[in-house]
Design a binder for this molecule. Sequence first.
Ligand code: KG4
Ligand code: ZN
Length: 345
Amino acid sequence: MRTKPVNILGIETSCDETAAAIVADGKIVKSSVIASQNKLHEKYGGVVPEIASRAHIEKIYPVIAEAIAEAEATKDDIDAIAVANQPGLTIALVVGVTAAKALALAWDKPLIAINHLHAHLQSAMLTEENLQMPAVALIVSGGHTCLYDYRSPLEPQLLGFTIDDAAGEAFDKVANILKLPYPGGPAIEETAKKGNPIAINFPRSMLGPDSLDFSFSGIKTAVLYYCRGQDMKGDDKVDSMTSEEIADIAASFQAAVIDVLVKKTQRAAERFGAKTILLGGGVAANNELRSALQKMCDSTVPTKKLLIAPKQYCTDNAVMVASLGYHKFKAGLFADLTLEPKASG
Ligand code: KG4
Ligand code: ZN
């Protein structure tokens, strides 16, 4: 019987972070290296795919080499290479996928294909030994907002998703309207601390009483019209607003988005009789969202256990990729060298 730990090298390049990590047995983080491209995309207020791809090409091998060095490992200690191949920007994903395939071929290691969103879910499971089922999971990131019926790391079933903007995208776009720095999520959260969350009643789109889908483009437009006049026919008022007014907009926007996320998650939890709720993705780093979801889990009957990704594993990282890779390794779910990146997931 095997007693040696299973070490997976995880590689992540789906958007604007080049990341590599080595994780043992799906839980023990031996190394985690992330090269963020925030500085490169800052002046555009969003990720520019061509710039992201070039930066991944520049960073991918140094980041992998650093992850191996930080883990004090050699190639012989690595059991398999897991790589996020979908969803994401294809010209970004292709860099990680090509690197993973090259290493798998050169080192004669198995290759494992990872769905980036399922990996975000896994980051909420990192420290959990005994998941109480049924479980419902919410993933809120820059590109996606999804609810899942979560039965195991390998088979989350999609229940609902955004029909337009993702929650993180709305944070980034509203930050842009308010002339706050990129990425918008942390900037809105910080600004909102000084604002009144009930100052402005921004719309909360629930898409009907049964829907588990999301829509955040309406609230983004509401903030835009609030700042630029109906149909953008007025002057841009942001430059002449006080910092209190801007803080009120940020706080009211954040409260409305969180309200929708929590109510939809509660709706899914009730429908499936969930005992556990999982939360992951970049927006899961938001303290107000973390505590609003905790409050919902504590106050509904029966109470629910909330598993939230540790903050450092909310935004994109390779630990979540390597951790999910372990479960696929155990299940014998390997990819071959024809693996391709895919935009959708
Ligand atoms: O998961 P992630 O790193 O990338 C994608 O897979 O898209 O998520 C990035 C998103 C960005 O939109 C960013 O603004 C948002 O997560 N974000 C936050 C916070 N930290 C990051 N949103 C709200 N509050 C935060 N503290
Ligand atoms: Zn992500």
